[in-house]
Design a protein around this ligand. Structure first.
Ligand code: ADQ
Length: 497
């Protein structure tokens, strides 16, 4: 049921205007750090995670749902339903409660949403932040829609807040201007922003004519969080270049008379939950694995959204090079690539799909015989429980993005392994995860021979070396897991660290 924001539920009955008036009556509430756990958490992301079925949820949803469930909280995201074009400009929100979590799905105008999501977010910012200036599409109507949608999110959120000590946690590149839009509405709450994707170096960042606006927006947050130290350094240098504002030794800068803290919070996974799922593999996954065991076939696996940042054609070429340079792997190794459809309205994604299908076809055409298909390529979303089983049943995890904020599949591969007989992770040095996972075989994905040789090394690695590497990696992903990620971000957001 969609309803007008005003009066939707008692707790959320204020409009933005009511809220500002209410705040004026209260006066500027003093911001104290307080106990992060006692303050309501409000999460905002472009889409809502599936909190009814967390087993099927990845990344962000796993990371924040637990915090929301424990302390109670609100999650605002765009609705899958669009706003009727004849509707008034009041935010149209569908509210639902699951346990202690309230979700608010905001209906947005279709055309404006598309120019914001397919346009500015995924045709301008995504390629720019993944160092792909060649793919950046600048259009003034994209930027206008991006700002307009962020203003709609801000108005909706202001109407849903009931307390000025609610902690607000904004996620990802879709919502960079949200903090500034909330400030314009008079909000003085602590607001934090976490960027899930890389932040480019200043030389690339200034290639967008909007760079100064984006930096001004980011400086309106109290905490700006990144996946890696490299991203933090790129951000700080970009602030220095565009605004001549420097960060101190603690990563804090003084902008607009307020401190802004910038730090790295590497995202992690729920290791035990993923390991359990991997252990309970579906029957057909087990049968497939037994069949390979009987045939003596080892499996290399890749799991990704079909995105040009993931380096998929190069990965297939590296597998073909493995067969060329190490012919003992012909009929002895097989490569399974699951690449789920994503952002198909954006031109660059149609191109990568065609390129990948052509590469898979060419390699199979050259090497396949009746008993052996070198590359199995699945262009469909696969349930997570199945993915976990497939990761466990694969002797090599191949994760070779050209640029990636973190890459959770790398961590999921480690969690899924049997510690007594683990597989080997081959990981791109350009994934944020490479900073933590140094016991993986780290490769440069641009050098096909290097990836092919790492695959050969992984396939031949003795048990003793595999268990030693895996043990160290497992320790690392346990230390930096999903709980630690949200604990450290929320403590910084509450001003406690
Ligand atoms: P993504 O680019 O989506 O996320 P990634 O971290 O690898 O990249 O994947 C997120 C989740 O989606 C994982 O849990 C994975 O299992 C799942 N997934 C991937 N491919 C799938 C498929 N084909 N079918 C089903 N599920 C699939 C962005 C950033 C990353 C960052 C995350 C989290 O680009 O760098 O790690 O956010 O911050």
């Amino acid at each position: 049921m969609l309803q007008q924001n005003k009066g939707a539920v008692s707790e959320a009955s204020q409009t933005a205007d009511d809220f500002i008036e209410h705040k004026a009556l209260l006066g500027e509430a003093k911001q104290t750090a307080g106990d992060a756990m006692s303050r309501r958490l409000v999460v905002v992301s472009n889409r809502l995670g599936n909190i009814r079925d967390l087993a099927q949820a990845g990344g962000l949803a796993v990371g924040v749902a637990d915090a929301l469930a424990r302390r109670g909280g609100l999650w605002l995201g765009a609705s899958a339903e669009y706003q009727d074009s004849a509707a008034s400009d009041e935010p149209l929100i569908h509210l639902e409660r699951v346990g202690r979590i309230e979700t608010a799905a905001l209906a947005l105008p279709r055309q404006e949403y598309s120019q914001y999501y397919n346009g500015y977010a995924n045709s301008t910012l995504w390629p720019l932040f993944h160092y792909r200036l060649d793919l950046v599409d600048h259009r003034s109507e994209f930027l206008d829609a991006y700002r307009q949608i962020n203003a709609r999110f801000a108005k909706a959120l202001a109407g849903l807040l009931s307390r000025n000590d609610d902690l607000i946690w904004v996620h990802d590149y879709h919502l960079i201007p949200l903090g500034a839009a909330l400030r314009r509405l008079g909000l003085r709450n602590r607001i934090g922003f976490f960027l899930h994707i890389p932040f480019p170096p200043p030389d690339l960042f200034v290639a967008t004519p909007d760079h100064e606006e984006l930096i001004n927006d980011l400086l309106e947050y109290d905490v700006v969080g990144f996946q890696t130290e490299t991203d933090v350094a790129n951000f700080r240098r970009s602030v220095q270049t565009t605004k001549s504002i420097a960060f101190d030794g603690n990563g804090t800068a003084n902008a607009n008379g307020r401190p802004v803290s910038s730090r790295c919070f590497p995202i992690g996974i729920d290791v035990d939950a993923f390991a359990r799922m991997a252990n309970e593999a579906a029957e057909d996954v087990q049968i497939d694995s037994m069949r390979r065991q009987i045939l003596g076939l080892k499996q290399i696996i890749g799991i990704d959204r079909l995105d040009y940042s993931k380096g998929l054609p190069g990965r297939m070429q590296a597998f073909a090079r493995l067969l060329e340079r190490h012919p003992e792997h012909e009929r002895a190794a097989t490569y399974l690539q699951i690449a789920s459809p994503t952002r198909e309205q954006v031109g660059a994604y149609a191109e990568i799909r065609a390129q990948l299908e052509a590469t898979a076809g060419a390699v199979n055409g050259k090497y396949a015989d009746l008993a052996w298909t070198p590359i199995r390529y699945i262009h469909r979303a696969v349930p997570r429980s199945r993915l976990a089983g497939l990761l466990r049943a694969s002797q090599v995890g191949l994760v070779t993005p050209l640029r990636d904020g973190m890459n959770l599949v790398a961590k999921e591969y480690i969690a899924a392994q049997d510690p007594a007989n683990p597989g080997v992770l081959v990981l791109s040095r350009f994934a944020g995860a490479a900073d933590e996972l140094s016991e993986a075989l780290i490769v440069n994905p641009y050098v096909v021979d290097e990836v092919a040789d790492a695959l050969a090394k992984a396939l031949a690695m003795p048990l003793e070396e595999r268990t030693a590497r895996h043990g160290a990696l497992l320790d690392r992903i346990r230390r930096n897991d999903a709980a630690e990620w949200r604990r450290s971000f929320l403590s910084a957001l509450a001003g406690e660290s």
